[in-house]
Design a protein around this ligand. Structure first.
Ligand code: AMP
Length: 192
């Protein structure tokens, strides 16, 4: 089973690129942000708790996200693997993922990182706000908190996977098609 991680700051284009990758390599795209938004829409306890944090640009607790992810893995069949989008987002989540996969005799296959500078993050998120209508995209204060959260809590994951020899970076600043082509070249080399 393949476990790919699509990594990058908010607004890097993970959600935009994920569908094509998942289809081409027959893996299931799983976005923890999308799962949380579904919980919010359904008005569940998890959703009510998550909403308060997401609205502020803060991360939801590791336990909450990991439970959701485990349930998702357990509920899916007929796939050659997964493309994780938005997870792991802390070093603790990265370590927990390793432990969870080790229990199944599996491991992270590769990390594909879409990298864009901070100035482009804000621009992309504001553009997306108009299209997708996400509340956490519309407020500049929340966007700034998300960028700060990324640098403080998520970026350290890069070295974790680099040391494991699993980290691969793609320049995410071009057009959707340009980035798609670069990701495709990388995935073709990685997907054995
Ligand atoms: P995303 O759709 O990936 O941009 O996620 C939207 C929001 O959901 C984030 O700003 C976080 O508040 C929350 N979230 C998504 N994934 C995670 C995660 N792995 N750990 C903690 N919070 C998360």
């Amino acid at each position: 089973m393949k476990y790919y991680i699509l990594f990058g700051p908010p607004g890097a284009g993970k959600g935009t690129q994920a569908g094509a990758i998942a289809e081409k390599y027959n893996v299931k795209h799983i976005s923890t942000g999308a799962l949380l938004r579904a919980e919010i829409a359904a008005g569940t306890e998890v959703g009510i708790e998550a909403k308060k944090l997401i609205e502020k640009g803060k991360l939801v607790s590791d336990d909450m996200v990991e439970e959701m992810l485990e349930n998702y893995f357990a509920s899916t069949r007929d796939t050659e693997g997964y493309l994780l989008d938005g997870f792991p987002r802390t070093l603790n989540q990265a370590r927990d993922l390793d432990r969870l996969l080790a229990k199944k005799g599996e491991e992270v296959s590769a990390v594909i990182s879409l990298m864009i500078p901070d100035a482009v993050i804000a621009e992309r998120i504001q553009h997306r706000a108009a299209i997708e209508g996400r509340a956490d995209d519309a407020d500049m204060k929340v966007i700034k908190t998300r960028i700060a959260t990324y640098h403080a809590q998520t970026e350290p994951i890069i070295d974790f996977y680099r040391e494991a020899g699993k980290y691969h970076e793609v320049d995410g600043t071009g057009s959707i098609d340009e980035v798609k082509n670069k990701v495709s070249v990388l995935m073709d080399a990685l997907h054995k």
